[in-house]
Design a protein around this ligand. Structure first.
Ligand SMILES: Cc1cc2nc3c(=O)[nH]c(=O)nc-3n(C[C@H](O)[C@H](O)[C@H](O)COP(=O)(O)OP(=O)(O)OC[C@H]3O[C@@H](n4cnc5c(N)ncnc54)[C@H](O)[C@@H]3O)c2cc1C
Length: 492
């Protein structure tokens, strides 16, 4: 089933509770903090449901069409096809919405390629996961996730003697029908627009906190669930042309708060297990499928960055200066690098788990690390190219409402290469990527969406073939000739 944009908007009006400060919002599709981003999500669903684009955005199984991101790949061609769909989705928002529906769906799809991992940890849990996978793809469910305990109380052992109430989400009760969960979890990006939220753990958890290991899915409108949203960047914008990205693509980050939320057993996938609550994503393609989407999204964003950099240089009249061309060439090379890192994951695909196909995990983690390391520098390069021009633009496009100001603006703000209004639109756009609050949030997002750098690099450390690397060194050492002076003895 492929849901239309209209149906998607309808689903967002399900009685969910979202707090913007003290204000309780019950319809995100009309509220000024969320309505345009909600429409961007709906537009994505319309593109996906378009019969003319079926081969890009969906696949068929037993006569039914499902969104492409639910595809469990069997071979290289499946992976390439899946990635093509992810790229089309990411291009639709210029890579500026990180948690489009394909991200968490990738995680669930990866789990559904090896449900035995869950089944071994609790009878029936693997079966629950498969039933959920079928339900989610059949109903084109948009899942967000909240998988990190709140900052500041993650290591209570570090503060001996300082007892404090720990609000980390955990199981507080259970009975024949299911578990009851209470507490908070961060940081559910996109959740205000999603249908359900996946609760779990993406950072290692000590076994003694096993009640926090709970891994389950909860509808956004479940009794006791609320989302505490950060400040909206869309809300203060009066004209789209002033902050065009904040206006349309603020996906919103929220803290998930659960107050005695009942979760039926059918929606519980892991219970009473701290140590394995992160490992399940690594022993299956879940982590790889989800983060491959992040790599593809970054690639889409790079297209926007490079195009903007070039247009800005044209507008500034510096695009033919050799030193500037070198910088543009470097940015273009970086865009091609991430493209290559994405394609490489397909070409070097792995038969993992048996019978299925996974993107090359080492290449995927390398790309994740590359993006995390380079985003700040890339945006700073763009900022440097822009110079002060963005701040020469009037505060708002409404300057055009005054005939005298409009005339002066049209005459004096134009350059030989560009008329005034076009310049203003361009500089307002680039400011939203390098200087606005929306831009600042993106700087943070690209640093942390997959965990801090320690977590991200740990993935590459874990997957590295250290035996092979050691073998290279050991073979080389073996071949080095040493004159026969006799064996070195300890103590001499
Ligand atoms: C915009 C945004 C969107 C997000 N969206 C989601 C989402 O949709 N779902 C979700 O589950 N999570 C999401 N996250 C949360 C994200 O997973 C966490 O922010 C991330 O795991 C990092 O945790 P933290 O912010 O508490 O930083 P920390 O882990 O506390 O790290 C902050 C800094 O502390 C230092 N540090 C921490 N630990 C160590 C150590 N052991 N050794 C040395 N230095 C250390 C490092 O300098 C590190 O950069 C999002 C985060 C952001 C910023």
């Amino acid at each position: 089933m492929l849901v239309s944009g209209k149906e998607k908007l309808e689903r967002m009006r399900d009685g969910r509770v979202v707090y913007v400060g003290s204000e309780k919002v019950t319809d995100v599709t009309t509220h000024p903090a969320f309505r345009h981003a909600a429409q961007s999500v709906a537009d994505l669903y319309d593109r996906k449901a378009d019969p003319a684009k079926r081969d890009v955005f969906s696949y068929e199984e037993n006569g039914e069409h499902f969104s492409i991101y639910w595809l469990r790949c069997r071979n290289r061609d499946d992976l390439a096809r899946r990635t093509r769909g992810l790229k089309a989705i990411a291009d639709g928002t210029y890579g500026l919405i990180g948690r489009t529906p394909d991200h968490v769906a990738g995680m669930v799809t990866g789990l559904a390629m090896k449900p035995e991992v869950l089944e071994e940890l609790g009878a029936g849990r693997g079966r629950n996961l498969m039933a959920y996978y079928e339900y989610a793809r059949k109903n084109d469910i948009y899942l967000a996730f909240a998988c990190v305990p709140p900052t500041g109380i993650r290591s209570p052992d570090m503060f001996p003697g300082q007892e404090r109430k720990d609000p980390t989400l955990r199981v507080v009760d259970e009975d024949a029908d299911g578990v009851t969960i209470s507490g908070m979890k961060m940081l559910a990006t996109g959740a205000v627009f999603a249908d359900e939220v996946w609760i779990g753990n993406l950072i290692p958890l000590d076994e003694k906190y096993k009640k926090e290991g709970i891994t389950c899915a909860v509808p956004m409108n479940a009794p006791g669930v609320s989302l505490w949203a950060r400040q909206s960047y869309e809300q203060p914008v009066r004209n789209e042309a002033d902050y065009p990205l904040s206006y349309r693509f603020d996906e919103t980050d929220s803290v998930l708060v659960c107050d005695r939320v009942k979760v039926p057993w059918e929606r519980v996938f892991l219970h009473d297990n701290g140590a394995m609550s992160r490992t399940i994503y690594i022993k299956t393609p879940a982590n790889c499928y989800a983060n491959h989407q992040s790599n593809v999204r970054f690639w889409a964003k790079m297209g926007l960055v490079v195009g903007l950099a070039s247009r800005i240089c044209q507008a500034n009249g510096v695009d033919r200066i050799p030193g500037v061309r070198e910088t543009l060439g470097r940015l273009a090379a970086l865009e091609a690098t991430i493209g290559g890192l994405v394609q490489g994951q397909i070409e070097a695909w792995e038969a993992f788990p048996e019978g299925w196909a996974c993107y090359n995990r080492r290449h995927m983690y390398a790309a994740l690390n590359w993006c995390q390391e380079h985003h700040t520098e890339i945006i700073d390069t763009l900022r440097t190219l822009v110079g002060g021009a963005a701040l020469q633009m009037p505060a708002s496009i409404d300057v055009l409402a005054d005939p005298a100001l409009r005339e002066r603006f049209g005459d004096w703000w134009a350059t030989p290469s560009m008329e005034a209004l076009k310049r203003m639109k361009l500089y307002k756009l680039v400011w939203d990527l390098i200087g606005s609050e929306f831009a600042g949030r993106h700087m943070l997002y690209e640093k942390f969406y997959a965990g801090n750098s320690i977590i991200v690099r740990n993935q590459s450390d874990r997957e590295a073939p250290w035996d092979r690397f050691h073998g290279i060194v050991d073979d080389l050492l073996e071949g080095i000739e040493v004159p026969d002076y006799g064996a070195a003895e300890p103590g001499h």
